[in-house]
Design a protein around this ligand. Sequence first.
Ligand SMILES: C[S@@+](CC[C@H](N)C(=O)[O-])C[C@H]1O[C@@H](n2cnc3c(N)ncnc32)[C@H](O)[C@@H]1O
Length: 269
Amino acid sequence: MSFLSNHERPLAPPAMTLVCWLSAGRSLTEIGVDKFAGFRVQQLLSKLSYTAGDAGMPDPVDHDWLKQGSTSSADVRQSYENWVGSYDQDLSDWDYRAPLDAALLLKSHTSVTSKILDAGCGTGLVGTALRRVGFTGDITGIDLSPTSLEKAEERGVYRYLQPVDFQQLPLALSDDTYDALTCVGVLTYVLDSEAILKEFARLVRPGGITLVTQRNDLFQERAFDRTIQELVDERVYKDPVITDPKLYLPGNPDFGSDIQVIYAILTVA
Ligand SMILES: C[S@@+](CC[C@H](N)C(=O)[O-])C[C@H]1O[C@@H](n2cnc3c(N)ncnc32)[C@H](O)[C@@H]1O
């Protein structure tokens, strides 16, 4: 597969320049560079800008920020960069069940051969759950945290990985590319739900499925149901299925059974 000819992996302009310079008009695979090379270039650039731009952010490893959340991309990126080393273990200790629940829900709404975009893939728990329940198609992972993407890459379940910021739209991904999209545990950090849901609808083909989660407290606070209804009225989505709240992080004392998670399964109109 030629990396440069693949529209699933558009590069930010500086990375594109570097890759074009490196390949001198030939594909990266032709010159012996593996399929994640472009991702690593982007990752390096992203880390450089992160180091240069966000020094001095608060240390989030104590997790006090988790319940509160933040919609500052710089703060969120800092938090997840700092958390990567223990994220999987912490989430396992808290009995985090959303990835598997999301994967099973998605399986009941789309083919296991679906080409999937895992939006906010983090360290790759959702990609792993999708494989576990039997999805066989390509999965692309995108996220704000470059170090989380490195961890996701190690899992070997993603075909493509790319750093993005959901608060800087449009994303550098092509229209109607995916059969389905998962966005699990992410919308806490994105204030403009309408904009990101519209963007997801652009990336998923008509008739495809967008599955997103929202915490039940934020669902109310941000009037998420009204946002979905407006998008249905605008014919961006149709046939929404909204679940009852389900346990999210039952082993985390700040969440327990108080803060639960709601799944919205939306068909692209
Ligand atoms: C709770 S984690 C969920 C990760 C994964 N989906 C899971 O279920 O394990 C939230 C993820 O959202 C990502 N995220 C938060 N804000 C983002 C933004 N503005 N753009 C892209 N990713 C974002 C974080 O980097 C983090 O990996």
